[in-house]
Design a protein. Structure first.
Length: 305
């Protein structure tokens, strides 16, 4: 699965994407410290963003493995870099001891003496997090890594090519440097976060980014509206996009429940654009013009792409 992005002003009709469509991001390189206004970044081509690297893990059938390489891993990102893509998207959380790590799920599941248990990722230390899955030292065996599917089933994380869990810093050090990073700031949909917690987490992530990004293109994105607004206040170097399901799923926070609300968040916080589930665009195509008129960028994701 991949994200494709194009500036909405270049797409007058949803069913027509001109060959010269341009993405409202930025050129392949820009200098760190440059203020990015809403129109300060544009690219000369249609960009493709690999979702969690070379593809999101999904069980194909009861007797087949998940896709070839474990998602959100160094191997997955470098495998994606072999294709003509511009960015990889991945999920970043922060451990109890303030280390940004790359992992999608809110909980890690494992088994001990036949009993399945789960632990919240953000309540683990870095050392505790890294004992799961394959280990850097081949002589060591990591804790079994399980996963809960959307329908509640517990499955083994079986992939043809496995890889160790990794930190954000390791991704910067080991992934092809020409590949851009779309860093999704991952938070639990069911938790109301206070300002101090969000500040601590985002500052830890920003420190790693500014110390390691060099000339690598960076995009921040998140479904958490307060985090989106705050990361924009904490830095003005990299663009920030608000992620939304576009009303295809409903949440207690009304800012997450429609493209109109996403537009308000962007305008309030000076964000650069919206990343929407493509079904949200199909349900409300008139919002595209509003986004265009607001000089924001629009990215889409979803299986219908």
């Amino acid at each position: 699965m991949a994200l494709k992005a194009v500036h909405v002003s270049d797409v007058p009709h949803l069913d027509q994407v001109p060959e010269n469509a341009s993405l409202a991001l930025y050129s392949n390189r820009f200098s760190k410290g440059v203020e990015l206004g809403r129109n300060a970044f544009r690219a000369s081509k249609f960009l493709v963003i690999g979702h969690r690297g070379s593809g999101m893990n999904a069980l194909q059938s009861s007797d087949r493995r998940m896709r070839a390489i474990k998602e959100n891993s160094i191997l997955s990102f470098n495998a994606a870099a072999k294709f003509p893509i511009d960015f990889v998207e991945f999920d970043v959380q922060v451990t109890r001891d303030n280390c940004p790590i790359i992992f999608h799920d809110n909980f890690i599941l494992s088994v001990n003496n036949g009993t399945i248990f789960e632990k919240r990722v953000t309540e683990l230390s870095l050392a505790e997090f890294l004992v799961y899955g394959p280990q850097q030292d081949p002589q060591k065996e990591g804790n079994c890594l399980l996963r809960k599917t959307k329908d509640g089933k517990i499955v083994h994380w079986n992939v043809e090519t496995d890889d160790t869990l990794c930190t954000l810093e390791q991704a910067f050090q080991k992934v092809e440097p020409s590949l851009g990073f779309n860093i999704e700031l991952k938070f639990d949909d069911h938790i109301v976060y206070d300002h101090s917690y969000l500040t601590r987490v985002l500052q830890a992530i920003l420190q790693v980014v500014f110390e390691n990004a060099n000339e690598r293109p960076i995009i921040f994105s998140t479904f958490q509206p307060d985090a989106a607004l705050l990361v924009r206040k904490l830095q003005a170097t990299y663009p920030v996009f608000f992620l939304t399901n576009g009303g295809t799923e409903l949440y207690h926070d009304v800012r997450r429940n429609s493209l109109e609300e996403a537009l308000k968040v962007c305008m309030e916080g000076g964000l650069q654009g919206i990343v929407s589930e493509v079904k949200g665009i199909f349900r409300n195509p008139g919002t595209v013009k509003k986004i265009r008129d607001s000089e924001l960028s629009l990215l889409t994701y979803g299986k219908l792409k």
